[in-house]
Each structure stands twice: as C-alpha cells, then as structure tokens.
Design a protein around this ligand. Sequence first.
Ligand SMILES: NC(=O)c1ccc[n+]([C@@H]2O[C@H](COP(=O)([O-])OP(=O)(O)OC[C@H]3O[C@@H](n4cnc5c(N)ncnc54)[C@H](OP(=O)(O)O)[C@@H]3O)[C@@H](O)[C@H]2O)c1
Length: 225
Amino acid sequence: MKNYLIVGGSRGIGKEIVNQIPENSTIHVISRSGYSGERKNVTNYLIDVTTEDFPEIDNIDHLIYCPGSIQLKPINSLKIEDFQADFDINVLGAVKAIKQYHRIIKRQKGSIVLFSTVASKIGMPFHASVAASKAAVEGLGKSLAAEFAPEIRVNVIAPTVTDTDLASHILRNEKAREATADRHPMKQFLNPSDVAALALFLTSDNAKAITGQIIGMDAGIGSIK
Ligand SMILES: NC(=O)c1ccc[n+]([C@@H]2O[C@H](COP(=O)([O-])OP(=O)(O)OC[C@H]3O[C@@H](n4cnc5c(N)ncnc54)[C@H](OP(=O)(O)O)[C@@H]3O)[C@@H](O)[C@H]2O)c1
C-alpha cells in the first residue's frame, strides 16, 4: 500500500490525480478548500501553502506538488509583488513541502513530481513572471534529483494549456478554445485527466529509471512547428 500526498488536490490536475490514485492507497490532500470528489478515505488538510506550515504526516511515498499560477501581463504592468507572488506559490511552496517531507519519502524510496510550464521552454509574450518561477521549479527539480538519488526520484511535468480553473481566462469561450487548440501542432490543448495520468506514471515502478527529467506534455508546441 502506497501513501500519496497531493498538494493542491482539491481542484484541477491535482483533483484528477486524486481520482486516479490506485485503490488501496492512503491519500493526503493539502489545499485551502479540500478535496470533495468521489474518492473515499482522503485526509484533507486545509492550509494556505504560502502562509502556513505544513502538517506532520507519518508516511509518504509520493509527493506531487500542484499549486501554481498563470499571471499573464506585459512587463510594464508586472509589479515586483507579482513576481514575488508567483515565486511564493510555484517555488517556495514546493520547497517548503520538500523540506518538510523528504526524510520520510527517502525512507520509503519514493518520488516527487513538480509542475512547470511549456512557457519556460519557449518564450511566450507576457509570461515573464510565471516563466521565471517555473524555470526555477525546473532547476529545483533537477538539483534535488541529483541530491536525493538513489533514494528519491524527482521529475517535473511541463504542460501546455490545460482545461482547469487556472486556465479559464485563456479558454474563456468557444472561439478562444478553438484558437488555443489550433496553435498547437496536435490541434488540441490538455485534459487534466491526461496530465494526472502522466504524474501518476512518474510515481509508479514503471518509471523507476526516470529522474531529473523535465517532461513536456504540450501537444507538440514546445518542440515542433
Ligand atoms: N492549467 C494550465 O493551463 C497549466 C499550464 C501549464 C502549467 N500548469 C501548472 O500545472 C499545475 C496545476 O495546475 P492546475 O491548472 O491544476 O491549477 P488549479 O486548477 O489552479 O489548481 C491548483 C490547486 O492548488 C491548490 N492551491 C492553489 N493555491 C494554493 C495555496 N495558496 N495553498 C494551498 N493550495 C493551493 C488549489 O486548491 P485550493 O484553491 O482549494 O487551495 C488547487 O487544488 C500548476 O503548477 C500550474 O502552474 C497549468
């Protein structure tokens, strides 16, 4: 039986991860509003990861850190506070979680999955703040993969637009949804359940040789024309 901690498991990709976690697992969710889906036996911890301490949890095999941001503004409109807020939620929240739980995960020989964005790989207008923070997440993931090997695997998923609350302003109407799909080589954006499946694959034994990777899930936009 494996023990999963999903930070940000109440909505979006994190909620889909919780829904897909193998049966007979222990599931812990940290978020501000709590997981309220179909899965039973989920332990909720209501915490704002930017301002509060993480709870004591005895057993964790796999930590998946989902909270993030998409704050798209031209540099003239981006305040220093915007950069700080993006760094707090994307980077320092993950750092706090890893500092709190890495000894337990090490004991279990488990794994950590973090989230970046395709906008850290290819320059996109108005993404300066989020791209800077997510590039930091990628550096954090690779560095800790080296530090924690061979006990803990650490990988980062870099998705393109995914149909969650976070991207609702990008996918705001049918025309915007079509335009978003159309600018990807595979003519689609992502479904949160597909991203969740990749995250859980990375925690599984089938991924036992995968660590220190930034894995693009981006309908081709990060690599091909
Ligand atoms: N959606 C996209 O298009 C997209 C694209 C590229 C990368 N990503 C990345 O993928 C990851 C998941 O994205 P998503 O679309 O699933 O995001 P989402 O829909 O906004 O869900 C974020 C989750 O994190 C929790 N959360 C947010 N702020 C929190 C805080 N301060 N304290 C505790 N929990 C907090 C939310 O729960 P509560 O509100 O209940 O706290 C929610 O469960 C993020 O890192 C994001 O940057 C997403």
